[in-house]
Design a protein around this ligand. Structure first.
Ligand SMILES: [Zn+2]
Length: 299
């Protein structure tokens, strides 16, 4: 089997325990299959990008002994490819401009209000893709079967935002196709966006990859670890004890002496013993970050 996996962090801050769990899971899946593991920096959401964060993430991956294959792909250098897809969709009338404000929609399903809209002199508008009632489904490696109908459950969704930025749904599909990704392993917070991506893959005649969604790590207040929830950085921690913690969060049994070994020995053992079936089949795992990170002494 050809296995081409990837890790695709947003450079909004340094790597934290939550993103490390996803990185380790996707790395092990790829390496155990003798596959490729690519890194893509999802720096399309420019207002949230922190200068220097991409480099910091890459150095942390290196320090944790996780070499990637090939060149790192930066989404910020792919704007013209996204523009070409939008132009193609426009030519095929698969998309339409939408001038509705976020307030007007307010979290509700978008029922195609602007489907027939012809632009006059509006300056701010998003591009939405037309959805349909055909059921879509996929079988997630960890989380099981998911299915749904986009038109009734999600509505026509945005692929280019009114601020001019391309939406995650479009860029992730374009980039996975460009990198010939066969297996997507990422956090379960993206589970409910997957059907939208499968829909776009079908519009683009791209194959649908295999999906694996790892549990998201929540802090003691049940918030997802992120920059916004002040997830502690990990780049100053010694790698092996922390990797052992991550391995155990992912449901894998570890001999205690493994915390004393060097990085190479850890990875050799981990790649050999990794068992995706043991990963908890839940969307999230709550931890106490002080305890989990505290067991890895600060150097
Ligand atoms: Zn609208």
């Amino acid at each position: 089997m050809i296995y081409q996996g990837r890790f695709a962090p947003s450079p909004t801050g340094p790597l934290h325990l939550g993103s490390l769990v996803t990185a380790v899971g996707s790395f092990l899946q790829a390496r155990q299959q003798n596959g490729k593991w690519y890194v893509r920096i999802e720096d399309i959401d420019t207002p949230r990008v922190v200068i220097g964060a991409a480099q910091a993430i890459l150095s942390t991956l290196s320090r944790f002994g996780m070499p990637w294959d090939g060149e790192v792909l930066f989404q910020s250098q792919r704007i013209s490819a996204y523009q070409d897809i939008l132009a193609d969709f426009q030519a095929k009338q698969l998309v339409y401009p939408c001038t509705c404000s976020r307030k007007q929609i307010a979290g509700k399903i978008y029922h195609g209000h602007c489907r027939q809209r012809v632009l006059k002199d509006e300056k701010r508008y998003a591009w939405r893709v037309r959805t349909d009632v055909n059921p879509l489904s996929f079988e997630d490696e960890i989380q099981g079967k998911f299915s749904g109908c986009l038109e009734t459950e999600v509505g026509d969704f945005i692929i280019k935002r009114s601020d001019g930025l391309f939406a995650y749904q479009l860029v992730v599909v374009a980039d996975d196709a460009r990198q010939n990704i066969t297996h997507i392993a990422r956090g379960a917070d993206l589970l409910d966006t997957t059907l939208r991506q499968i829909y776009l893959q079908q519009l683009l005649n791209c194959p649908t990859p295999n999906y694996t969604h790892f549990p998201v790590i929540l802090n003691e207040y049940a918030h997802k670890l992120s920059k916004q929830t002040f997830a502690p950085p990990i780049d100053h921690l010694p790698p092996v004890p922390l990797l052992v913690q991550v391995f155990s969060l992912l449901g894998q049994a570890i001999p205690p002496e493994l915390t004393q070994v060097n990085l190479q020995t850890f990875w050799d053992w981990a790649i050999q013993h990794w068992d995706i079936q043991k990963v908890p089949k839940v969307p999230s795992i709550q931890i106490n970050t002080d305890v989990t990170l505290g067991t890895a002494p600060i150097i």
